[in-house]
Design a protein around this ligand. Structure first.
Ligand code: AP5
Length: 217
């Protein structure tokens, strides 16, 4: 099963990706997580990536494509994968096509900008694993500490109001055209395209996605 999640920042893609990976035994490939972990190394590449992320801008297509290709070559991707945050531009989508990587489902998450801000401002993450919490909607068992490792949670550096606005703007410019791209692919019968109302509880969204995917398993 090969799935793509598309949606503006903070619409809950990463949150839903967490259970899918366990339930369907496919890895979640989050380009955001890959980039944040790459940034932890002190290399020329990491400095470059950090600049893009800290401006709330999309990272250069060439860098992303290189990182994602490397990740997809890993053994755990052979049975399928969930792409969370990739592709984000038409250039990135074309790269999948060029490499004959067939996608089964594209699921778009829809949420109003005001709610996005509210959700992102309360987010805390465990960087190494990519586990996601929210101070109100999904708090950890012990305030500010990861449930699994007991390590400290952090607020992402790009989760400030100003950067969130910039990221939403980037989404509208570069990723929204991708929605037309996949709608067209769905008309051609190449993918199944679904929209999800992300203004619902995480459980309700989970059940909606389960219904979408149930015919495959
Ligand atoms: P990335 O990490 O992918 O960030 P994003 O797309 O901006 O998405 P988010 O992680 O902000 O949100 P999400 O939809 O996963 O929401 P979440 O589940 O956490 O990318 C970061 C940066 O990396 C980009 O800005 C860019 O620079 C770069 N980048 C990444 N991929 C790239 C690419 N392909 N090309 C170029 N550059 C790239 O939920 C948000 C909060 O809400 C959480 O606190 C959660 O607990 C809570 N929540 C979730 N669901 C619900 C619910 N139903 N009800 C209440 N609260 C909820």
């Amino acid at each position: 099963m090969r799935i793509i999640f598309i949606g503006a920042p903070g619409t809950g893609k990463g949150t839903q990706a967490q259970w899918i990976t366990n339930q369907y035994n496919i890895p979640k490939i989050s380009t955001g997580d890959i980039l944040r972990n790459t940034v932890l190394d002190n290399t020329e590449l990491s400095k470059k990536i950090k600049k893009f992320i800290n401006y709330g801008k999309l990272v250069d297509d060439n860098i992303i494509i290189r990182l994602i290709k490397k990740r997809m070559e890993e053994k755990d991707c052979h049975q399928g994968f969930l792409l969370d945050g990739f592709p984000r531009t038409v250039v990135q989508a074309n790269e999948l096509k060029k490499n004959k990587i067939k996608i089964d489902y594209v699921i778009e998450f829809l949420l109003q900008d005001e709610l996005i801000l509210k959700r992102i401002q309360g987010r805390r993450i465990h960087t190494k694993s990519g586990r996601i919490y929210h101070i109100t909607y999904n708090p950890p068992k012990i305030e500010n500490y990861d449930d699994v490792t007991g390590e400290k949670l952090v607020t992402r550096e790009d989760d400030t109001q100003e950067k969130i606005k910039k990221r939403i703007q980037e989404y509208k410019i570069f990723t929204v055209p991708l929605i037309q791209y996949y709608k067209y692919e769905s008309i051609l019968g190449n993918v199944k395209y679904y929209k999800i109302d992300a203004n619902a509880t995480a459980l309700k969204i989970k059940n909606n996605i389960k219904n979408i995917l149930k015919n495959s398993y």
